[in-house]
Design a protein around this ligand. Structure first.
Ligand code: ZN
Length: 359
């Protein structure tokens, strides 16, 4: 009996030591970490389609809808008829899809003078604007992977897609020539295994995998991809959702997230307010954290929420998070023995974030 009590006591001591070590290992309570990708997913995946082939609208788009994943259309405006514009209107307003420009009639920009490139950009944007008045197009995909005059491109688009054929890094070296991987019968990615290989490369590198799709199935356009393979690739991503590996999102959302994440700084404002502003109510109590999240970017364009986490302050159990006086989704999660508050917030220094202890 004596012996077994000693063992129990030793176990208790050991347990207490582990708890202490665990506490020591947790980050300071006011330290914020911005997720590399939304929801602390390991990588980002974007499906982009170009050239506005019929089958993209009749075959591919319904497959994206079935899986509840958004996609990006880089449209060649003269190749879109009324039916396609109608589909794009629904896709952008109701399904979170993106419309970027892929020129008026697929002119390759190195064959155009600067003046004509500029005119082509203005004409394509004007057309998109007339057909989708509620939508702001601000991304571009180069035709035939040929980069245009980036001094003109950058005035109209904050990100442009090229086709280097590799998985892009979490921070692209050039936002005006972001790599994509070409798909379909004429290109490297055409089977489910090819897609899975690209997914795994993105996951292990923490990067951003952008696919360029052209025609689908038996279409007469460039490099058709089997819709069966497209569906299988999305099935695979759906099955993997519980592993929190892949953020399937549009080209523009991932580009915005990447820029915001690299620049965002979270600052706890409690102390500052105490000293600088005597009109503020008492904020020094231990039940509230006031945070400013700022990225120095144009708030009108860079409006994608970032995912953040910070250790749960000592003694807090249930937390409510507000930004700009609106309650935002948050959760408490235990990671490596430390409890964290995880939440999504838009980086905008004017929209203060409140973490409130509900006890
Ligand atoms: Zn094209």
């Amino acid at each position: 009996m004596v012996l077994s009590m000693r063992i129990v006591n030793n176990i208790k001591t050991l347990y207490a030591m582990i708890v202490m070590l665990g506490a020591v290992g947790c980050a300071p309570q006011t330290e914020f970490e911005v997720a590399t990708w939304h929801g602390f997913k390991q990588c980002a995946i974007s499906y982009t389609m170009e050239d506005s082939y019929d089958n993209q609208f009749t075959t591919a788009l319904p497959i994206f809808y079935e899986h509840d994943y958004p996609c990006t259309f880089f449209v060649t405006t003269r190749w879109c008829d009324r039916t396609k514009w109608d589909a794009l209107r629904v896709a952008t307003t109701e399904k979170g899809c993106e419309v970027g420009s892929h020129t008026v009639d697929h002119a390759v920009y190195d064959t155009l003078s600067k003046e004509r490139q500029k005119q082509d950009i203005l004409d394509a944007n004007a057309r998109i604007n007339v057909k989708l008045p509620m939508y702001k197009c601000n991304t571009f995909a180069y035709t035939d992977c040929v980069v245009g005059d980036t001094s003109i491109i950058s005035k109209h688009y904050f990100a442009a897609r090229g086709c280097h054929g590799y998985v892009e890094r979490a921070t692209p070296s050039d936002y005006l020539n972001i790599s994509s991987i070409m798909c379909g019968s004429n290109e490297a990615v055409r089977t489910l295994d090819d897609f899975i290989y690209a997914f795994n490369t993105a996951r292990s590198s923490g990067g951003w995998c952008i696919f360029s799709l052209y025609d689908i199935d038996d279409g007469a356009g460039y490099s058709p991809l089997s819709s069966k393979v497209l569906r299988q690739s999305l099935d695979y991503l759906k099955e993997q959702e519980k592993s929190n590996s892949f953020w399937v999102t549009t080209f523009k959302n991932a580009a915005k997230y990447s820029k915001e994440r690299d620049r965002a700084v979270a600052t706890v404002e409690n102390d500052k307010m105490k000293s600088d502003d005597s009109r503020m109510p008492k904020v020094t109590d231990n039940n509230k954290l006031i945070i400013s999240l700022e990225d120095g970017l144009d708030d009108e364009l860079y409006d994608i929420p970032l995912t953040l986490r910070c250790p749960l302050p000592f003694g807090w159990k249930e937390v409510e998070v507000l930004q700009n006086e609106v309650v935002i989704k948050s959760e408490i999660k235990t990671i490596n023995g430390c409890k964290y508050i995880i939440f999504d917030a838009v980086p905008d220094g004017n929209k203060k974030i409140y973490l409130i202890n509900l006890g």
